[in-house]
Design a protein around this ligand. Sequence first.
Ligand SMILES: [Zn+2]
Length: 326
Amino acid sequence: MKKISKISRYLEVIIAIVFVLISLIFGYNIFQKEGIGLEESPYADALVNKNNSSNSDNLANFNSSSDNLKVHFVDVGQGDAAIIELKGHYMLIDAGTNASESTLIEYINKLGIKKFDCVIGTHAHEDHIGGMDLVIKNYDIDRFLFSKHTTTTKTFENFVKELNNKNIKLYSPKVGETFEFMDSKFTVMAPNSLNYEEINNYSIVIKLTYKNNSILFTGDAETLSENEMLDNSDVDLKSDVIKIAHHGSSTSSSLKFLKAVDPKYAVISVAKGNDYNHPHKAVMLRLRALNIAVYRTDELSTIVMESDGENIKFDKNRASYSYVEN
Ligand SMILES: [Zn+2]
């Protein structure tokens, strides 16, 4: 009898210690969540709705039709290229890298495209205009938007050479300017200035609206440009989908900006094992904390989203929030 009561006393002590430890851990958790920024919280995961793993929010109500708007985020490695398709008409936003130009051309040909109603080169960096010379050479282009800046790279030279060959003039749109594309329209949100130190900030940012759906294409616009967009009360940033700027770099996608756009879905065009460690940890933690479903080309390759004007459908299941520690 004596032995048993000794053991039960030990048990009581052990249980008490475990209880104290558990309450310390949980108490600490709650404190941390309140005590530090949402974006940096290691417990942000707890805020994510784990059941949301499908490729659409409302598949049952999705109205399949060949008239739907489609956006093809073509896997061009560490670069950007998006083809917008509506009723047999096409737009192109950026043309990937020099290395990926044959991939892009093949994809364009597979869709049977002969002409682009509009091509947008967001800015002069090689990962956005690398394939532009071949695009200009091979297809008719009705309108070409490019912001007012130049560089002296070989890629930019090739781009200008082909523009001259086809006698295409670049048009630099102003913020607030709206263009029609079949049943959709897009509004220019940036750049807000004519002079930037960082070429990324010259990025043309557009919001494409199709009926009740909208998609924000951000190029590589950095926080400086994001803040200018936030300060402009004439433009409404709210969009269902955001093409994350600058391949998920932490120089873009501030928490304030993401909250203003308030998207359900984010697309990141990025290469696996790239030299920049894109997408960056801070951006992935923000996206996760805000419960924005992420679609990324390094995990899913080319991604096609479709809008019936009310609901949005992706052709792949959402990707992970993973990042490389640096
Ligand atoms: Zn880029």
